[in-house]
Design a binder for this molecule. Sequence first.
Ligand code: FNR
Length: 379
Amino acid sequence: MIISAPSDYRAAAKKTLPPFLFHYIDGGSYDEHTLRRNVDDLADVALKQRVLNNMTGLDLSTELFGEKLNLPIALSPVGLTGMYARRGEVQAAKAAENKGIPFTMSTVSVCPIEEVAPEIQRPMWFQLYVLKDRGFMKNVLERAKAAGVKTLIFTVDMPIPGARYRDMHSGMSGSFSSARRIFQAMRHPKWAFDVGVFGKPHDLGNVSAYRGEATNLEDYIGWLGNNFDPSISWKDLEWIREFWDGPMVIKGILDVEDAKDAVRFGADGIVVSNHGGRQLDGVLSSTKALPAIADAVKSDLKIFADSGIRSGLDVVRMLALGADCAMLGRSYIYALAAQGQAGVENLLDLYEQEMRVAMTLTGAKSIGDINQNSLMQSL
Ligand code: FNR
């Protein structure tokens, strides 16, 4: 299959993956209304064309928390990444490093922290989900720190999983099937996830000790529902702060008051996100939520945005709406599933090319020049 545009990777991933995995990535929650709005609202944001401004010498780099990024893009945390490509987290982390951007490892990754970190020089970012055993979670964070992680992304929009009906239809979750298929996929020679560097079949690498000998990966989403801690609250930021001194970013903010609380509780950044339309269906798209949040807190912390970004143009749109950095979820996962590390690197090249055109034709020479003047109207 010929890949010309970032969007080509979705079809390529569909061809490559077993259907239940493709739909797990591709799907959202309930009626998938928010999932569609994420993509459509962003595509509707109209860029303002400006011409004849001598646009040589564009600079697409930026700096966040003292770290240089070649592009204002980070890879969002995505669970089970090692299922979509062999040692998927390692491949994605290497691609991100080669393109000069951060990779964020999910708590529920397949490859553990200790397998990925030694493969890259650039410190990865780590995403935290809080399981009910706080002592265990503290230990996970200590492992991340020991592996050189500095930036922590604390995801707060999944104290309980949203209903993913598509996963029930596909057999990914629900009483009908799930875990057996996951284990089969992990061991199936075609998907070849059988041997990690530690010489045993992959599990959820970071939390396998917590799960013990449990075979209840047979209901992955059910397991999340039983083991994620719904009691998390703003107070937990203080708990995390006791042993995490690096930048802390709260992921899953859609409301101005929550954004202000994030500032009040000492967060260094927020991710404006609805989890890619995978949690509460019916909530605002990130595109619609972002401008008011940026107005309220942009001077107080860094603003990241994800959910619906599918192109370099979309990155420019999110920055124009007030984000400091865009994050990619499905977009990079499709590329990883289709072509592994090389696919993610090519995808990021395509994003860069699109951004160059968009910046040239909106008159933005640097990332800092992208703002609401790059848009026909503020939303
Ligand atoms: C996710 N997302 C996610 N977020 C998180 O904080 N921890 C996680 O483990 C996961 N897992 C996960 C799995 C899959 C398959 C998807 C598609 C997404 C959400 C992710 O970080 C991000 O917020 C969304 O993917 C952004 O939306 P788009 O770009 O996919 O539309």
